[in-house]
Design a protein around this ligand. Structure first.
Ligand SMILES: [Mg+2]
Length: 379
């Protein structure tokens, strides 16, 4: 139960099609994976997915951060994983994605040590739910192509869709996108929006007023991350769509500031920006105490990240929405999980959690990992 070794892998994976949001396009996935092993050979896995333009980290900065963080774990008792994660915060400020990789790997390992899923470690009742509705995220594109993609995903079984909007400073085109998708999928599919900071306050108000008639569930991050007063104006303006902070809420301190200002209706929680399960729980607790709603989402991540996010969504009562489609746009031969992990149920549009310990991932596709780029071992 002592941390014996940490292996770090640099991973590049291919997507079925490029993923486009208001801040730019991603042609593929580039991330860092960690494996934390104890002296008995048990192992826990975690992922650091970085998005430089949104959260400031790069694959290189993650490797540099892990060079500081990984040695902190060596020789430490896995059973004290929460104290170990706090120790990481003292060793290095910021660098949430790098910390998330180690935090998730430690939870996976601790779950295996005790023989329970991570959601049970986090406090979910053992008899609790094991499935969560997920949306599928539609990449920013023309209204016609987004409607076409929406239809195809509904045919695959998705009951909720998230539309990426806010590109090109063209509110009219955004309204058209929502209209085209709603007409394509009919009235029963949930629609959620994400502008990724792509609008100004007046643009946000214009779009949200206009799309309200298409029955929209929520909007993420309509305007620039730092403009909290502006978020409050969007939330309090003449429009009925609940506003969720995403890029604006990484730390618990940022969450508190948003609550004090009454700037948003809820938070989008992501392991990558809160530094893992522990940080996400802190932000979720603030949401719950303030009576806000919460969603669990993710970045452009692998199916390993999806397995982790599903455990988080199932563990927290405050989470109402799941944006848990991570890894689903990877080319099928580029998925990391070879055995175990979540399963999509096309009958209900839900993601079903495995019953196994930790993240429930039994085997990874090692061919996609290659050789470790760094190894930290207890001497
Ligand atoms: Mg978002």
């Amino acid at each position: 139960m002592w941390v014996q070794r940490v292996d770090v892998y640099r991973v590049k994976l291919e997507l079925e099609t490029p993923f486009v949001i208001s801040q730019g396009a991603s042609a593929g996935y580039e991330g860092v994976l960690v494996r934390v092993r104890d002296a008995q050979g048990r192992e826990g896995w975690g992922e650091a997915a970085s998005r430089p333009g949104l959260f400031g980290e790069t694959a290189e900065s993650v490797l540099g951060a892990l060079d500081v963080l990984a040695p902190e774990l060596l020789g430490q008792d896995v059973r004290a994983f929460r104290a170990l994660i706090a120790r990481l915060d003292r060793a290095l400020v910021g660098n949430a994605a790098a910390k998330a990789a180690l935090d998730v790997a430690l939870h996976d390992l601790a779950g295996k040590l005790w023989g329970v899923p991570v959601r049970t470690l986090l406090g979910a009742p053992a008899t609790g739910r094991d499935r969560f509705l997920t949306d599928f995220t539609l990449s920013l594109d023309t209204p016609e192509r987004m409607a076409h993609e929406a239809q195809a995903r509904v045919e695959q079984g998705f009951r909720a869709l998230k539309l990426k909007l806010g590109g090109g400073r063209d509110p009219k085109a955004d309204v058209e996108r929502v209209r085209a998708v709603r007409e394509a999928v009919g009235p029963t599919i949930e629609l959620r929006l994400d502008a990724n900071q792509g609008w100004t306050v007046p643009e946000a108000l214009r779009v949200l007023q206009a799309v309200a008639r298409f029955d929209v569930e929520l909007v993420e991050q309509p305007i620039a991350r730092g403009d909290l007063e502006g978020l409050k104006r969007v939330r309090g303006g003449q429009q009925p769509v609940p506003v969720l902070a995403d890029e604006s809420v990484c730390t618990p301190q940022e969450a508190l500031r948003l609550v004090r200002l009454e700037a948003v209706d809820g938070f989008n929680l992501k392991l990558m920006k809160h530094g893992g399960f522990l940080g996400a729980q802190k932000v979720a607790t603030i949401a719950e105490a303030a009576g806000l709603i919460a969603q669990v989402g993710g970045m452009l991540e692998t199916d390993l990240g999806q397995a982790a996010a599903l455990q988080l969504a199932l563990a927290l009562d405050v989470v109402r929405y799941g944006d848990l489609d991570m890894g689903m746009t990877l080319r099928p031969d580029q998925r990391l999980i070879a055995r175990g992990g979540p399963r999509f149920d096309p009958e209900t549009g839900e993601l079903v959690a495995p019953t196994g310990p930790g993240l429930g991932v039994e085997k990874l596709n090692e061919a996609l990992l290659g050789e470790p780029v760094a190894v930290y071992e207890r001497g």
